[in-house]
Design a protein. Sequence first.
Length: 135
Amino acid sequence: MANPDFEELVETFEFLDDWEDRYRHVIDLGKAMDPLEDALKVPATKVDGCASQVWLVPKIENNVFTFRGESDAMIVRGLIAVLSALYNEQPVSNVMKIDAAAELGRLGLNDHLSAQRSNGLRAMVERIRETAAAA
């Protein structure tokens, strides 16, 4: 059920030899994202439960879910990019069916993120799921 972009990310992670290389790749993914405009960094888009500042801006158009996001922490920006690869361009009905923990587990993220980062990642997934459920 994962997007081709996410499957490509899984393949890249399998190719990278160690977690430090994977960590750098996640950061590079975050650096490649377009920044959010300051006007979108408002309390309504801020994700609570993250140690760093995180904003997610969802959009549902023609029953297709997408979102943009940003964080003030480089690794978290990368995690937003990973979630984008997982969720963007999915039919809204599929968003709730995605087992984010299992999919992210394929990348080994569960084993290599601090407790705070893991909590923040869960908070972002929850915000994505809430948005899709409300649509």
